[in-house]
Design a protein around this ligand. Structure first.
Ligand SMILES: Nc1nc2c(ncn2[C@@H]2O[C@H](COP(=O)(O)OP(=O)(O)OP(=O)(O)O)[C@@H](O)[C@H]2O)c(=O)[nH]1
Ligand SMILES: [Mg+2]
Length: 222
């Protein structure tokens, strides 16, 4: 995993690998060229809901780094490759640029740079905090509706921290009713976090290949 905090335009070659048997009990590895795509995904949500913990888990996919709360200052950009994504009956990998954003509105002046060219949004909130539903609505209107993203390009993690009060639950705003919502708990089931994130990547990859195919067709037809 690479970590950087500047803005830099990068394109990575997206490849996938297939194995087949030669009949001599050995596997031959073929790497097929698919195109160039790097998914820029924003991790957005109210303060202290667990965005940084989830981002670190997705980027490292090893240990859960709970502990002292260090508010994110503006944004952190984590770069990594996510593997095991199922697209069109194949298992592929994808380069990811994960923008772990601060939930503090004082960094609102960074929003134009953050939202630029985003392919998808991962919303995180704490279902045990009654004010989070309302905060999510504001963020959804700004980062999805006003930027012309579709609900299918988003995912919502209702993130449960250890030892949370399960009696009071924040309502998911009706605005987000079409965004796929997943109950996440890294201590009890961390694998679901990775799987659902890959489901979002699969949608983004399909969007990208469809758009690329259409562009190629229009070039051939002109
Ligand atoms: N053990 C554990 N701690 C968690 C989990 N999720 C959040 N926390 C803790 O909750 C606090 C806030 O988590 P962060 O990930 O920093 O919150 P954030 O959403 O990034 O907050 P901002 O950057 O201020 O917007 C930290 O002390 C975390 O360690 C979790 O799944 N497990
Ligand atoms: Mg943070």
């Amino acid at each position: 995993m690479k970590y950087r905090s500047g803005y830099q335009e990068t394109f990575n070659i997206f490849i996938y690998t297939v194995f087949f048997s030669t009949g001599k009990h050995e596997n031959v590895k073929i790497t097929a060229y698919v195109g160039m795509f790097k998914a820029k995904i924003l991790v957005i949500g109210p303060r202290e809901c667990g965005k940084t913990v989830i981002s670190n888990y997705l980027a490292d996919a090893t240990e859960i780094s709970g502990g002292d709360y260090h508010p994110t200052q503006g944004v952190r950009i984590l770069e990594f490759e996510s593997t095991g994504i199922h697209v069109g009956g194949k298992e592929v990998s994808c380069e990811v640029e994960l923008w772990d954003c601060s939930g503090d509105q004082k960094f609102e002046n960074c929003w134009p740079a953050i939202q630029k060219d985003a392919n998808g949004v991962l919303f995180v909130y704490n279902p045990d905090n009654t004010s989070h539903g309302k905060e999510l609505e504001t963020l959804y209107v700004h980062f999805v509706q006003e930027q012309g993203l579709r609900d299918s390009q988003c995912m919502l993690f209702a993130h449960h921290k250890p030892g949370a009060n399960e009696k009071i639950r924040s309502q998911i705003p009706s605005y987000l009713s079409k965004v796929p919502c997943v109950q996440t708990n890294l201590e009890d089931d961390s694998e679901v976090v990775k799987q659902k994130f890959n489901d979002l990547l699969a949608v983004l990859l399909r969007n990208w290949t469809d758009r690329r195919d259409q562009e190629e067709l229009s070039i051939m037809n002109n």
